[in-house]
Design a protein around this ligand. Structure first.
Ligand code: SF4
Length: 477
């Protein structure tokens, strides 16, 4: 039920091969594996060292890359390319904000695809504008490419490293100049990025490992927080992967990758997402037990945690909700009655819940509206009690690192107590997993800023200014 979920911004992909390959077709496959990371636009560019062809548009991967577009991308002797799936958080959902973005610059033709947010993009954009830069889009990806182009005396690798030092926030980026592909991750490693090896000695960079598998590449390792990697494009070392630890790593990857975003078959920074979700469910059962007859997941996001909850509690697991996989995106009149019908279009309660006390497990609550409708679906199907268990803490703060968690005023947990949320969604009981529970289930240091307001990679200046003003106002009063 993605409408009431935090939404990932993007997925990125890069490929370099020592010899010609069907690059467009391989990237196409990889983008399908990253579709869940962004469903509003998709794009890719392909090069053979001379030509660079870009095709991108609004829509799903399957809609954007029709036969005509794929044919245009199948240029002779192609050996590299980058790809992108997008959900727009910065810059509105307009066609010209789709990526990859390409520019002619002091470094020749560059193309870039990016996942995440630069929290100081506005300030850097302003500085660049004052120095005569011209921007074609409203997204902050262009800020990075302009920064790189500004260092005319530096090589592409050196200029990219300089840009990494100046940009703050949570981001993963792939760049190509038609000769090589570069990939980088912010110093906190907030957004994921992995490296894979093709059987012919080529390299693939992707937001998540399942994209590597689909492209026939073997997983090598994660790009380290603060690391810049690139493929040596020429000379005796041609095809070797180079690494530069540009920034001292301070790993705090996004906890939500394991809670919800990343695919269930992904392993990020050495930690599998599905096993982590199961552990979150086990921990939730210990922290918030319930007297019940059946554990039911909200499909698909609650399945891992529900398995864990059932396992640790000894209560049987069942699919009490059926998800219609063909419902897709719906543009239904946003009236109350139609919204209720929309939930029924996507989800239906099964007879497994009739006469039962149900533990309903989901990964998160953003606005609470969908949770309320699901509780009602279960009651209408005969559930005698519904105990809602959430495998993450209440979301009380916005994310500045590329996730749309909704504005703070829309976050139900920012304005309501847990008891008020319980009443709002009509559950018999409601409990959330603790921050400590999330940390231990993932088993490494993670960003938990949307739960606790502590931003490991900093906050945008304008937000800090706003807070300072509010504090000042309070002291004057
Ligand atoms: S604030 Fe939340 S959603 Fe954003 S990076 Fe941190 S954990 Fe992830």
């Amino acid at each position: 039920m993605r409408e009431d979920k935090p939404r990932e911004e993007c997925g990125v992909l890069g490929l370099w091969s020592p010899e010609p390959l069907p690059v467009a077709d391989l990237l196409h496959l990889g983008l399908f594996a990253l579709q869940h990371r962004g469903q509003e636009a998709a794009g890719m560019c392909v090069s053979n060292g001379q030509e660079l062809v870009i095709e991108k548009d609004l829509g799903l991967v399957a809609q954007v890359f029709d036969e005509a577009r794929m044919e245009r991308l199948r240029i002779p002797a192609a050996n590299l390319g980058i790809g992108h799936t997008r959900y727009s958080t910065t810059g509105s959902n307009l066609r010209f904000n789709a990526q990859p973005l390409s520019v002619r610059s002091s470094k020749g033709i560059l193309a870039i695809a990016h996942n995440g947010n630069f929290i100081n993009a506005l300030q850097i954009r302003q500085q660049l504008l004052e120095h005569g830069a011209v921007f074609q889009t409203t997204n902050d990806t262009e800020v990075m490419i302009n920064l790189i182009a500004r260092y005319t005396q530096l090589s592409l690798v050196e200029a990219t490293a300089r840009a990494m030092q100046e940009l703050l926030g949570g981001f993963s980026v792939v760049i190509t100049d038609r000769r090589t592909v570069l990939a980088l991750r912010d110093r906190n490693g907030v957004r994921p990025l992995v490296i894979g090896r093709l059987p012919n000695g080529g390299w693939v960079f992707a937001s998540e490992p399942p994209a590597l598998a689909l492209m026939g590449a073997a997983f090598v390792r994660d790009v380290r927080p603060g690391e810049l990697v690139w493929v040596e494009p020429a000379g005796p070392s041609r095809g070797e992967l180079r690494s530069w630890q540009v920034l001292e790593p301070r790993p705090t990857p996004c906890a939500f990758e394991w809670i919800y975003f990343a695919r269930a078959d992904a392993v990020l920074d050495g930690i599998g997402t599905h096993p982590a979700r199961v552990r979150m469910g086990e921990r939730l059962a210990q922290e918030a037990p319930a007297q019940a007859d059946v554990v039911v997941p909200v499909p698909d996001s609650g399945i891992g945690a529900a398995i864990g909850y059932a396992r640790a509690s000894g209560i049987s697991f069942d699919f009490g909700l059926h998800k219609n996989p063909y419902a897709g995106r719906t543009f239904i009149q946003p009236t109350q009655a139609m919204r209720d019908l929309k939930v029924r279009l996507k989800l239906a309660a099964t007879p497994a819940v009739a006469g039962k006390r149900v533990v309903l497990v989901d990964d998160s609550i953003v606005r609470g509206t969908t949770s309320g409708r699901i509780v009602q679906l279960l009651r209408d199907a005969g559930a005698t009690e519904v105990h809602v268990r959430i495998s993450s803490p209440p979301i009380r703060f916005p994310c500045y690192y590329g996730i749309d968690t909704a504005a703070r005023k829309e976050l139900v947990a920012a304005t309501h107590t847990i008891e008020q949320i319980r009443a709002l969604i009509g559950a018999d009981s409601l409990a959330f997993l603790s921050e400590q529970g999330v940390r231990e289930a993932i088993g490494g240091p993670v960003c938990l800023a949307c739960f606790n307001g502590q931003y490991p990679a900093g906050k945008p200046e304008e937000e800090m200014r706003k807070e300072a003003l509010e504090t000042e106002g309070a002291s004057i009063r």
